[in-house]
Design a protein around this ligand. Structure first.
Ligand SMILES: Nc1nc2c(c(=O)[nH]1)N(C=O)[C@@H](CNc1ccc(C(=O)N[C@@H](CCC(=O)O)C(=O)O)cc1)CN2
Ligand SMILES: Nc1nc2c(ncn2[C@@H]2O[C@H](COP(=O)(O)OP(=O)(O)OP(=O)(O)O)[C@@H](O)[C@H]2O)c(=O)[nH]1
Ligand SMILES: [Mg+2]
Length: 451
């Protein structure tokens, strides 16, 4: 494979930056551009040792750098690799990279180092995806889950499930293939018991997705209500900054504003919306339309009302629009004399609070956590955080359910065997054993360059 190079530390002014090289031409390439003060040729440098050197581009000094060589296969990518720590800043780093490219390296595509690690069997696909999740983590908990996954927690569980299914499949196949030699067919009772046990495991993993996604990505949450009830104030109170403009004028918010806020271990992607009301103002009408769309796209709705005023027609519209949705009724302005109470919202979870003083905000946080029904996993337990993994696991689980039903209906085990094989295939997609090149390409494209 070609020798690739990229800046791994991002474009920014910084004290030091790292340029990474990987591929079989690494040694030859560095031999051309690095010079030791003691004159020792690059071919004699010991691997895994930082070495000070001057980087020269055809005789012209470019920078003084520290270089570390990692010999394959004991490297991140599994190939020969090097890391050049050069001076940071926008000019020097670019020059170092240009120099390597001029001497024959190709620019690395996004995620190409990690893709090579995957292709060389250093990481499976789920671990590679977790590397990206780790880089993109928006909270400590999300980073912690990603790191556990880089270490192979999820992969280990998926691989164990897959192994057991492969064994089961082999047992059924032997019974089918050697029936004429007097082999007993696999015992349907034993097979269905095994399938049931494996399904308990897939079910637990699938349940963990609600929590995993809420931690890693956040739950789209719309704050809706008629004008002036305090939606923007609530957004600001939850996010801890003055993101949205607050005034006593009804119709202040016109566009949808979003902000990601952390709530315990979970993330909420909050959308502050324009107050919903009938209006002749063209701009406001567009805002109201956007508010409705944000509401439709949300998985959790915070429906806000002014507790100090009786329900108005626009309030009823808000209730109507959010009916049947995962919703929490927020009675804001609890610092004012009450007119509304929980009794006005039968069947709803109701929280009284004051966005202005912050009173009751923690009750809202508790209500949100309860509403999202995501119980945290036990320490060390694998958690699903990726939609791709969930989709594949769901398919595996469906096939196992079909296998179980087939056996329960007294069909011969070879019918169930087809389902079991498909389940094995689906689990293999998570690990990248049976993922198509398209899927793999799409996964790595989302990485940053240099990773
Ligand atoms: N400077 C630097 N920091 C880094 C990385 C890197 O590549 N370079 N990483 C990369 O993204 C992460 C660490 N992950 C790594 C994983 C494996 C190997 C590696 O060389 N593995 C060899 C040798 C193991 C050993 O020394 O015990 C191997 O597994 O055989 C390096 C880094 C984060 N920090
Ligand atoms: N007393 C009291 N006033 C509040 C509270 N929360 C918000 N307000 C006031 O209510 C008014 C409207 O607040 P906003 O947050 O702008 O209301 P909104 O729902 O975003 O309004 P629009 O964007 O116009 O739909 C402002 O004058 C706020 O200061 C509260 O808890 N108590
Ligand atoms: Mg507003």
């Amino acid at each position: 494979m070609s020798t690739i190079a990229a800046i791994s530390t991002g474009y920014q002014t910084a004290a030091i930056a790292v340029v990474r090289v990987s591929g079989e031409g690494t040694r030859a390439l560095l031999g051309q551009v690095l010079r030791r003060a003691d004159g020792a040729p690059f071919s004699t440098w010991p691997p895994r040792r930082a070495r000070l050197a001057r980087l020269v581009d055809g005789g012209r000094p470019v920078d003084d750098v520290v270089c570390t060589l990692f010999e394959g296969p004991a490297s991140y990518t599994g190939e020969d690799m090097a890391e050049i720590s050069c001076h940071g800043g926008l000019v020097v780093v670019g020059e170092v990279l240009d120099c390597l490219l001029r001497h024959g390296a190709s620019p690395a595509a996004p995620g190409e180092f990690t893709k090579r690690a995957f292709l060389n069997g250093r990481l499976d696909l789920a671990q590679s995806e977790a590397v990206m999740d780790l880089i993109g983590a928006k909270s400590r908990r999300a980073a912690e889950l990603a790191l556990t996954q880089v270490g192979g927690a999820l992969s280990g569980e998926i691989e164990a499930l897959r192994r057991e299914l492969v064994d089961l499949d082999a047992e059924i196949m032997v019974g089918i293939d050697y029936a004429h030699e007097g082999m007993e067919p696999a015992d349907a009772g034993v097979v269905s018991a095994a399938v049931e046990r494996l399904r308990a495991h897939t079910a637990r993993l699938l349940r963990s997705y609600a929590y995993g996604r809420a931690v890693a990505e956040g739950i789209p949450t719309a704050i809706v209500g008629r004008p002036n009830v305090g939606k923007s104030s609530l957004m600001n109170a939850l996010s801890g900054c003055e993101r949205s403009i607050v005034t006593e004028v009804a119709g202040t918010t016109r566009d949808v504003l979003d902000e990601t806020v952390r709530l315990g271990d979970l993330l909420l992607r909050l959308y502050d919306t324009a107050g919903i009301r009938e209006t002749d103002d063209a701009v406001e009408r567009i805002g109201v339309e956007r508010a409705r769309r944000a509401l439709e796209g949300a998985e959790l709705v915070l429906a806000v009302f002014d507790r100090g005023e009786p329900l108005a027609a626009d309030d009823r519209t808000v209730l109507e629009l959010s009916r049947g949705r995962a919703r929490i009724v927020v009675l804001n302005k609890s610092d004012r004399p009450p007119v509304l109470s929980a009794a006005d919202f039968p069947g709803d979870t109701v929280v009284c609070l004051s966005a202005a003083t912050g009173e009751g905000i923690s009750q809202l946080e508790q209500a949100v956590q309860a509403q999202l029904l995501c119980d945290p996993p036990d320490a060390g337990e694998a958690v699903l955080t990726s939609a791709r993994h969930r989709e594949a696991l769901r398919r595996a689980d469906e096939r196992l359910a079909a296998a179980y039903d087939a056996l329960a209906q007294g069909m011969p085990p070879d019918v169930a065997e087809i389902d079991i094989r498909e389940a094995i295939e689906a689990l293999g997609e998570i690990l990248g054993r049976t993922a198509s090149e398209d899927v793999i390409g799409r996964i790595f494209e989302r990485f940053c360059v240099g990773k």
